[in-house]
Design a protein around this ligand. Structure first.
Ligand code: C2E
Ligand code: CA
Ligand code: CA
Length: 702
């Protein structure tokens, strides 16, 4: 690993190196200059000493023989000169006569001093390595008595000088170095540490991604400017990050809400049909693995449309939300609850050991809906119908399972609301029959397969006062088909308007014949469905048929069920008012089965209430049903309305109703619905019967 030096240390190293280098060069140069100066001084000193000594040696060399001792004694004075290494006296024949050796300057005593040759004996001073050698003639220049050689060792002097010099200068150099180091350190704090702080900041930001960090700008130099720019950059990045985060948040929210919208129902926040299918297929797979049973509960609110139309959509929405809450409360966490749209909910209960477990849940749900709903300032009951279908240990597909539960739900609805029904394969046959009827209805209209039967309405006092026109279908393929079967199908497949049109046209034509045959105007009632009420053309063709038939409008009555007008109250009001304007009358059919809201009753311009036949049928078995009959009759009387009881099959029922003041009686007790041709005979028969009943006891046949 490469040894990494911080910028700070590098700077310190560089400055110190430069200082040391410069100091060394300076010292070297100084020393060199010092050596040169010393050499020059030493040369002149040596030359002066040589000259003087040569003068003094003359007296000793001038003797014959040469005074060696005197010369040697003289040479001894050089002991005083520490740097004189060697002093030699040579005679004229170039023999060494005396010498002085400074043993201290010789490295070892074995080293013999050099003897100079004749050739070297040239007066003057020469510098050799570390030595100055001075040769001086003793005596007259032309005939010298000998030569004096003086050797000065300036190496040691210079070395000592250098030592002294160094000793003197080094503290300064070191001091200077320390000052320089301190200066560098100061420069570092002053200039480098802001840079270091900047660098640390950049590192921290890049590691932590915290763009809120800032550099503390001090002063206004280049570094401060750099810090300021860095802060600006961080601010910009931070702003961009915040914007990006906000945009991401919005995008994420949008994506989540899109996902939610695609998979959940916005009102109840339950899974929608799409998500439900996915969840169901997962559950089915799970049940295959565990070999357990799975049930689908198809739920439809009873009369939801009525709540929506009469109490308003906000209440309808609240009801759906509360329904979701109530349903959820009856389920286990693992059960799936979804909204299929409208007022349809679906539940999946899986991991069932036995089918009865699903039925228990359905029962519990129905019980929980017995409690009334308190929404806004309304309090009302809302029931539901449940269809249950089982996966039969996974023998059916998802679509079959759902279709089966749906069929079962329709069965539950038809057997009276607030019920559940378990799917049976016979229901599929019903479905098949429905399809056949749908297909055959158009054929029936085009081929005159319909006919009208009339059932007399009898006044306990006056006898027959009118009829109810009831449709009959003699299908060339299916034989006689009951209106109770084909009318609901015609309503759902959009054929009912054509059928009503046929009934009106045919009925109005036949009424003329009836009136003529009976020699008096009877009031005949025709049934209209909810779908006729919302059909704009209906009033128009009734008006046209009236004009064409020239019938007295007051002899025409229209029977409308309670649910039909409550479900479309506004449209029904317009429809009724137009009928009244035409001069016709209105009866409220099957009264007592639906909402029977008194406030509606007072707003509907009806002339007659028809008590539903289920109350009449059970009148003598159930005290409660009889009380209902009594109440409807007294209610009608209080409102000034006529009452018609239908489904009267027994004398007992007739007498009871007559005694209660019921003005119109309709039922098998007097006659079944019969074709036009049979009417005159039936009417006579009934009238005779009434006369009999009303005759004074004495006239009555036994
Ligand atoms: P609804 O309007 O309540 O008609 C009365 C039904 O009760 C008729 O059945 C009639 O035959 C039956 N009925 C009368 N008296 C008795 C009785 O004493 N005992 C029993 N068990 N039944 C009695 P029907 O003719 O089968 O009609 C069934 C339903 O079909 C009608 O009920 C009505 O809702 C509908 N419907 C019949 N004709 C028409 C029509 O022309 N247009 C429309 N929209 N619906 C019709
Ligand atoms: Ca009717
Ligand atoms: Ca009826």
């Amino acid at each position: 690993m490469a040894f990494k030096l911080s910028f700070n240390k590098k700077l310190l190293l560089l400055t110190s190196s430069i200082v040391v280098f410069c100091a060394l060069i300076l010292m070297g140069l100084t020393l060199k200059q010092y050596a040169k100066l010393y050499q020059d001084n030493a040369r002149s000193d040596l030359e002066a000493l040589s000259f003087n000594s040569a003068q003094e040696l003359v007296q000793h060399m001038a003797r014959l023989p040469v005074d060696d001792l005197g010369a040697t004694t003289l040479l001894l004075k050089f002991e005083r000169y520490k740097n004189i290494k060697l002093a030699q006296v040579y005679d004229n024949e170039h023999n060494l006569t005396s010498q002085y050796v400074n043993t201290e300057l010789f490295l070892s005593p074995e080293v013999q001093p050099k003897q100079y040759t004749k050739q070297e004996m040239i007066p003057g001073t020469t510098a050799t390595k570390g030595e100055l050698v001075s040769v001086t003639n003793i005596g007259e220049g032309v005939y010298p008595l000998g030569h004096l050689v003086l050797v000065l060792d300036y190496n040691s002097v210079i070395n000592a000088g250098v030592d002294a010099f160094l000793f003197e200068i080094l503290p300064w150099v070191i001091g200077l170095l320390l000052i320089l180091l301190w200066l560098t350190r100061w420069a570092q704090t002053a200039f480098i540490s802001p840079l270091l702080k900047l660098s640390t900041l950049v590192n921290t930001v890049s590691e932590t991604k915290d763009y809120n960090l800032r550099y503390q700008v001090k002063g206004d130099d280049e570094i401060a400017q750099l810090g300021y720019n860095l802060n600006n950059m961080l601010h910009t990045i931070n702003q961009q990050n915040i914007q990006r985060a906000q945009r991401d948040k919005v995008l994420k929210k949008q994506q989540q809400s899109l996902e939610f919208m695609a998979n959940y129902d916005g009102l109840t926040e339950l899974p929608n049909r799409k998500l439900f299918q996915e969840l169901l297929s997962q559950e089915l797979a799970h049940n295959v693995r565990n070999n357990t049973e799975l049930a689908v509960l198809f739920i439809d609110l009873d009369d939801f449309k009525t709540v929506n139309d009469s109490l308003g959509h906000p209440v309808g929405d609240l009801l759906l939300q509360q329904t979701a809450v109530r349903l959820r409360a009856q389920l286990r966490d693992i059960d799936i609850l979804a909204r299929f749209g409208g007022d349809e909910f679906v539940i999946v209960v899986s991991n069932l050991e036995q089918q009865i477990e699903a039925i228990v849940i359905a029962d519990r749900i129905l019980q929980s809906f017995k409690q009334s709903f308190k929404l806004q300032h309304w309090e009302f009951n809302s029931g539901l119908s449940i269809g249950i279908a089982f996966s039969d240990r996974n023998k059916v597909s998802i679509s079959e399972l759902l279709a089966n539960a749906d069929l079962a739900m329709y069965r539950a609805k038809n057997t009276g609301r607030g019920n559940y029904a378990v799917f049976e394969s016979s229901m599929q046959n019903n479905q098949h029959r429905r399809l056949i009827i749908v297909n055959q209805l158009s054929y029936a209209l085009a081929n005159d397969e319909f006919e009208l039967h009339y059932q007399p309405k009898v006044s306990p006092i006056h006898g027959v006062i009118g009829f109810e026109a009831l449709l009959r279908w003699r299908s060339s393929f299916e034989g006689m088909v009951s209106p109770a079967e084909f009318i609901p199908i015609a309503e759902h497949c959009g054929k009912i308007n054509d059928i009503t049109r046929w009934v009106i046209n045919q009925g109005f034509k036949e009424l003329n014949t009836i009136n003529k045959k009976l020699h008096k105007d009877m009031v005949t009632s025709f049934n209209v469905s909810a779908f006729d009420i919302s059909n704009k053309d209906c009033i128009q063709y009734i008006e046209e048929a009236l004009k064409q038939s020239k019938l007295d409008p007051s002899s025409i009555n229209f029977e409308v069920t309670e649910s039909a007008y409550i479900e479309n109250f506004d449209k029904a009001s317009t429809f009724f008012n137009k009928l009244i304007a035409l001069g016709c009358d209105i009866s409220l059919d099957d009264f007592g089965t639906g909402y029977s809201s008194l406030s509606y009753l007072t707003q509907v311009p009806a002339s007659t209430l028809k008590i539903d036949q289920q109350f009449i049928r059970n009148m003598f078995q159930s005290e409660q049903e009889r009380l209902i009959v009594d109440s409807i009759i007294s209610l009608a009387q209080n409102l000034g309305l006529q009452v018609c009881a239908e489904g009267v099959e027994t004398k007992e029922a007739f007498e009871y109703l007559a005694s209660k003041g019921c003005q119109q009686i309709q039922g098998y007790y007097f006659a079944k619905p019969v074709p036009l041709c049979e009417l005159p005979a039936i009417v006579n028969e009934i009238n005779t019967k009434i006369e009999q009943i009303n005759a004074p006891d004495a006239l009555k046949s036994p």
